[in-house]
Design a protein around this ligand. Sequence first.
Ligand code: GLV
Length: 388
Amino acid sequence: MPHITEIEDLKRIYRRRVPKMFYDYCESGSWSEQTFRENSSDFDDIYLRQRVAIDMTGRSTATKLIGQDVAMPVALAPVGLTGMQHADGEIHAARAAEKFGVPYCLSTMSICSIEDVAENTSAPFWMQVYTLKDDDFMQRLFDRAKAANCSAAVITVDLQLLGQRHKDIKNGLSAPPKLTPKSVANMMTKVQWGLEMLQTKRRFFGNIVGHAKGVDDPSSLSTWTAESFDQALNWDRIREFRKMWDGPLIIKGIIDPRDALEACNVGADAIVVSNHGGRQLDGALSSIRALAPIMDAVGDKIEVHLDSGIRSGQDVLKAVAMGAKGCWIGRAYVYGLGAMGEKGVSEALRVIHKELDSSMGLCGRTDIGEVDRDILMIPKGFSGDWEA
Ligand code: GLV
């Protein structure tokens, strides 16, 4: 196995191994990709304070997310089409998360279904749901999640319509991939990926095909979202979803303090500060810049998590120091999955954990629960001093 020392190593292997259509799907932001880029680059503007001659033995990154024990404050974010990055990808990722002791969140737009993942893992996972018009489909999704013993539902509120990702249109993204001369020529160079894909029957949107009615082309993400997603969504509707699910609930996709306060009123257990990995509103603030004003607005009313832009343990440390209870990683684990399946996801988690643990020690802290803003140097105006 090659020497993996950083997430970028996994990305290089991933890029060689997986068809361009799916690499591009993962590695895109919407429109100009400004928010996608700044989600990561804004972390570089925050500095860590190194401390010395402080006993750094006996370190622990263990904590709790929505009351559940985790080995580090990290969860695997819901990512659509994960089972196209590697055959049975969702099962591989969920297994790696289970072994590491962090939560796995399954996307509605997964290839493996809720039932597939439940049958092939033993730790309860989290289930992400979109806000769709079809009440029956929504209720069934929550019921299926309950039957699969999911330990939380995650409602994504920032995708009433799909942000445009140019590459997906140009590549004709679909699951399974449509066979065009261009896609076939590219797939023929991805031999291992193709052989593994031929051995699985899971090549369609497993939670949708056979479950959603009245969708013209369920293999197309853009058709499905245009036909099924609720552009009229409001907070009352989100309160109706809350009634459909009686377990722990997380609201994902908050980037404005006013929306964070609304989310506190629907009876959620946590919110995720997220701009959907820069895939929705291009020009929106990066998640790490949006975090502090949201923390100030909600205080200790609700647990706050963050996603979008996390590529290292140092990023996790910075977000936790700014007040996030946990961070969700998406692309960072998909690189590992595409590179080498379950083993690659485990490698991604190992790399991030090592970076988090060592950097925490070098900041003079031994317990993730003691990490606070004192370990950071945040430039003036980082979180905005905007004109009204
Ligand atoms: C779906 O959630 C996507 O961002 O593609």
